[in-house]
Design a protein around this ligand. Structure first.
Ligand code: FES
Ligand SMILES: [Fe+2]
Length: 461
């Protein structure tokens, strides 16, 4: 439970707010690069600030104040020129630093334009996203966490516009226990309502519940702890009747890279995922499911010119929220808690350890900024394009997938492919291609296994 003041301190992101000042020390995604290919000018919002993003004809990105300073026409209707964005009304031209560089209807010797400067922030492209920095200069390094710089493989970006505060989204990722009910019992209920309930024990909903029931039968429960590391935290998870030397307890699972990047896949297997909950304003979060499918080197993967992006609707054609896939269920948890959930009314138990752990880290980092310091994951930009090496503490080596119940319950009796039928992967723009590459990989595995079989002994004559 938090006081009203603490709740506001941790959630509000506008200029001048404690959390908003912390957030202004980081780069944030503001658009998908694929969107700028379709239209080089886009109205965007980030940390409560309305802005216009554009790419001019020489390829320079600009992120400037939303309205022309002449007579307030919205710059989303601007015309990208060789340099800068031109207001469609009387042709004032702004460059990426916000300077007005032409007022063409004024007399040729007018210096009027020199007094005109609109808001402008740095913007850069990385990994198929456009990133913006709204803080004080100099801008820090834009950290290229692994998947953003991934070579090869197929990347896909799926977005959801969530009508609630960003902290609810991060807190869901800090809550490893919810799978039993939200992706187990609730998933079952949704399938029941749709007339699709199955008793196949490999289905996610059934496996999650039956594993939990087995646990309860032997009087055990799942324990959680927060494990901090240099980039954020992981969640230590163990069964109460097992020993504490398990890697899931010692190193933890599903890292949170501060402030809001989550990496739930443990770095194993073909499918790698970042979940990124970007605060557009206090009550709107752009959730990005950033996927990379990394196939073995023997599989020929087409080169991607542009990483595709799709915005996935929250509701179906009848106006009902879509809950029949895992991320859709997570979203129930996010938006149904309210615009900004009232944490003065909550009752946290011991299973909420990692929620408390994340809030503590957030509060500490806000304090660091209040005291003039540099929060974690803000690195100086040395201009050499340096890349952050990930830490073995945050990204664990994967183990045999069969050890993870998550892998088991994602499998669907031979019909489909891991995650494609019950998670946001079903919305991948290149779903068919990815399924084909999965098929080729399976075939490769079968061929390798057959080649490794010892030759049949030759019958004596
Ligand atoms: S309103 Fe933009 S140039 Fe006049
Ligand atoms: Fe979930």
């Amino acid at each position: 439970m938090l006081s009203k003041e603490q709740n506001e301190r941790l959630t509000k992101v506008g200029p001048g707010t404690p959390c908003g000042e912390l957030m202004r020390r980081y780069w944030h995604p503001v658009a998908a690069s694929a969107d700028l290919v379709k239209n080089p000018v886009k109205r965007v919002k980030i940390l409560g600030e309305d802005l216009v993003l554009y790419k001019d004809r020489s390829g320079v990105l600009g992120l400037i104040g939303p309205r022309c300073l002449h007579r307030a026409v919205h710059m989303e209707y601007g015309i990208p020129e060789e340099t800068g964005l031109r207001c469609p009304y009387h042709g004032w031209l702004y460059d990426h630093k916000g300077s007005c560089i032409e007022t063409p209807l004024e007399p040729p010797d007018s210096t009027f334009k020199d007094k005109i400067k609109t808001k402008a922030y740095p913007a850069r492209e990385m990994g198929g996203l456009v990133w913006a920095y709204l803080g004080k200069e100099p801008a820090p390094l834009l950290p290229c966490w692994d998947l953003f710089g991934q070579e090869g493989g197929i990347r896909q970006i799926m977005g959801h516009m969530i009508p609630c505060n960003w902290l609810q989204v991060v807190e869901n990722g800090g809550d490893p226990g919810h799978g039993v009910y939200l992706h187990g019992r609730y998933f079952q209920y949704v399938l029941e309502r749709e007339g699709k309930l199955s008793d196949d024990t490999r289905h996610r909903s059934n496996a999650a519940l039956s594993q939990h029931q087995e646990l309860m039968k032997r009087g055990a429960y799942t324990k959680y702890r927060t494990i901090y590391n240099q980039y954020g935290m992981t969640k230590g998870v163990m069964t109460s009747d097992e020993t504490e030397d398990d890697v899931n307890w010692q190193v933890g699972v599903s890292p949170v890279v501060f402030p809001y990047l989550r990496n739930p896949d443990r770095g194993a297997g073909i499918r790698r995922v970042y979940q990124i909950g970007v605060p557009l304003d206090d009550t709107t979060t752009w959730h990005i499911s950033y996927h990379a499918y990394l196939f073995p080197p023997e599989i020929e993967v087409p080169k991607q010119e542009v990483i595709p992006y799709v915005e996935v609707p929250l509701k179906d054609e009848n106006g009902n929220y879509i809950h029949n896939y895992v991320l859709g269920q997570d979203m129930v948890a996010w938006y149904s808690q309210g615009d900004i959930t009232d944490r003065t009314e909550e009752h946290l138990g011991v299973s909420d350890n990692c929620i408390i752990g994340y809030r503590k880290m957030l509060d500490e980092q806000i304090k660091v900024v209040e005291q003039g310091g540099t929060p974690i994951n803000v690195f100086p930009d040395t201009g050499d394009g340096s890349r952050i090496d990930h830490s073995p503490v945050t990204w664990r080596e994967g183990r045999d997938g069969s050890q993870y119940y998550r892998y088991n319950y994602h499998q669907k009796g031979g019909a489909g492919r891991t995650y494609m039928e019950d998670d946001v992967d079903g919305y991948c723009p290149d779903k068919d291609l990815i399924l084909d590459l999965y098929r080729q990989t399976a075939e490769l595995g079968r061929n390798k296994a057959a080649a490794a079989q010892p030759a049949s002994p030759v019958a004596p004559e």
